[in-house]
Design a protein. Structure first.
Length: 93
């Protein structure tokens, strides 16, 4: 198991943030990842339009997962309308 950080930008429209957070946590659990830390970074203006949105709600997750599961997690959440952008980064030891 390796440690990863993920920054997710959620849609700020009504209820999308909460739905997106719940879905992402459920996907992590489904693929066997263990969440270490969650941090709400708040709502911010985006540098450019993403899926026709100019604001996003940023959220940081730190979790442990096996490397081969990261691609599967990313693929399962990429098409969700409440998730604007997602970035996975492997943390150094």
């Amino acid at each position: 198991m390796r440690k990863y950080e993920s920054v997710i930008i959620f849609n700020t429209e009504e209820g999308n943030f909460e739905q997106g957070r719940e879905f992402f946590k459920k996907q992590l659990a489904e693929f066997g990842a263990q969440v270490i830390k969650e941090e709400d970074m708040g709502e911010r203006n985006l540098a450019y339009l993403v899926k026709k949105h100019d604001r996003g709600h940023y959220y940081l997750y730190e979790f442990e997962s096996s490397p081969e599961k990261i691609k599967a997690i990313e693929k399962s959440i990429k098409l969700r309308p409440e998730i604007l952008k997602v970035l996975f980064v492997r943390k150094d030891k």
